[in-house]
Design a protein around this ligand. Structure first.
Ligand code: NAD
Length: 420
């Protein structure tokens, strides 16, 4: 997934979002200013030896946005277009996401400007270990806990865990989440985002009086989050999956299909395109398809002012980060489409990351059933908290989620007071 290539500075957007909610809940100027500044940020420039023996200098960042509610949490992104402002914005969004699902974390994010597609595994390992070493003074299970993001994965986390542990002289599994299970990763982490999204859609449907059993579903981006959401809506809730897409194109089958069969087709051929019995469908057609539930699970900026009035779904469950632009939110709200915002609908991932950290610290690991039951409790409670505010304040669920989150962060800040 590419970093945002839009010309909009994401940190400006993040600050505007704070202002909107601050106006709504009447926050004073001082508190607003705190919420619009990252608490701590580190820039590191470090050399990495390439396979041909030459050295290159890479730049990386780690931003800890707000730690009023606990240690900070957030992924590490390897991408050529990483900027400090992007990392700041992502760190702010992590702060709100952790607060929406009420897990005891603040928000952080990290990134290295690099092009992993053109680096060997050994080069990536050296880059990861050196970056981990450079930021090691500000990470740790009680300080800041990184996780995978764009172009980083469980192997990257294993290298960071090992580098940090070598410096300490003992194993510290709780320093990162998203690790392989054999190194202290959690059961259920791989499918947590899609699973959490399916729970939120189920709860939203109940409130709308929509039966998920037999309801039609379109999934944009049949990858990790999207395929899991489709499988669970199909397996556990009896939904009819009618459309799906990936970067190569989309497919449609009016009477529905088994998403597991589509997964197999994609595993064999590399794409959903050409799935037996289906018709091709463009990205624009998929978004505008006559379905009950739309799951954007691919890229940011997909639902815009231009296409928002064409959306026919009753529920939009944002598995992806940032798929809907703010101007489109208003259009969808006026059309009475219930948009379950990313900070709620895809927070299953960070929730099970929190479970992973809790298990690592206890040194006691839970079964898949325990993980899923606890995830369900968190997602249902978080949906209810957000829905209640949406009803009370007559705002859409994204604004409601921000109100819940920012209020929780501000409450923690006020209780702690200002040092000295
Ligand atoms: P992924 O790479 O597994 O899947 C993304 C899918 O989107 C792929 O199938 C890709 O082919 C498809 N895609 C790319 N461009 C497309 C386009 N133009 N049209 C249609 N499909 C396109 O990634 P993922 O982990 O499933 O992440 C997807 C989204 O969910 C991202 O926005 C990510 O930030 C968000 N998210 C993921 C997690 C997680 O735990 N995986 C957690 C929170 C948020």
């Amino acid at each position: 997934m590419a970093s945002s290539s839009s010309t909009v500075n994401p940190f400006e957007t993040a600050k505007q979002q704070v202002d909107i909610v601050a106006d709504l809940i009447g926050l004073d100027k001082g508190v607003r200013e705190v919420l619009k500044h990252p608490k701590r940020e580190l820039t590191v420039n470090f050399p990495v030896q390439m396979d041909d023996g030459t050295y290159r200098v890479y730049t990386g960042y780690r931003v800890q946005y707000n730690m009023a509610r606990g240690p900070t949490k957030g992924g590490i992104r390897f991408h050529p277009q990483v900027t400090l402002d992007e990392v700041r914005a992502l760190a702010a969004w992590m702060t709100w996401k952790c607060a929406v699902v009420n897990i005891p974390y603040g928000g952080a994010k990290g990134g290295v400007i690099c092009d992993p597609k053109h680096m060997s595994k050994n080069e990536l390992e050296r880059l990861t270990r050196r970056y981990a070493s450079e930021i090691s003074m500000m990470i740790g299970p009680e300080i800041d806990i990184p996780a995978p993001d764009v172009y980083t994965d469980s192997q990257t986390m294993a290298w960071i865990m090992d580098t940090y542990s070598m410096q300490k002289g003992y194993s510290v599994p709780g320093v990162v989440t998203g690790k392989p299970i054999s190194l202290g990763g959690s059961q259920g982490r791989g499918e947590a985002t899609g699973r959490g999204c399916a729970y939120v859609i189920r709860e939203a449907a109940k409130d709308l009086g929509l039966k998920v059993k037999g309801a039609s579903v379109a999934v944009q981006g049949f990858g990790n989050a999207g395929s899991v959401a489709a499988n669970l809506l199909f397996d556990e809730q009896g939904a009819k999956i009618v459309a799906a897409s990936d970067s190569r194109g989309g497919i449609y089958k009016a009477d529905g299909f088994n998403p597991h069969a589509l997964e197999e087709h994609k595993a064999k051929t590399g794409s959903v395109v050409g799935f037996p019995g289906s018709k091709p469908m463009s990205n624009e057609e998929l978004l505008a398809a006559k379905v009950d539930i739309l799951v954007p699970a691919a890229l940011e900026n997909q639902i815009t002012k231009k296409n928002a009035d064409k959306i026919q779904a009753k529920i939009v469950g944002e598995a992806a980060n940032g798929p809907t632009l703010p101007e489109a939110d208003t259009v969808l709200y006026e059309k009475k489409i219930a948009v379950m915002p990313d900070v709620l609908a895809n927070a299953g991932g960070v929730t099970v990351s929190y479970f992973e950290w809790a298990q690592d610290i206890q040194g006691y690991y839970w079964s898949l059933d325990e993980v899923n039951q606890r995830l369900e409790r968190v997602m249902v409670q978080s949906y209810n908290d957000v829905h209640k505010v949406a009803q009370e304040r007559k705002v859409h669920h994204r604004t409601a989620a921000y109100v819940v989150a920012i209020q929780r962060v501000v409450d923690a800040m006020r209780l702690r007071g200002t040092y000295p």
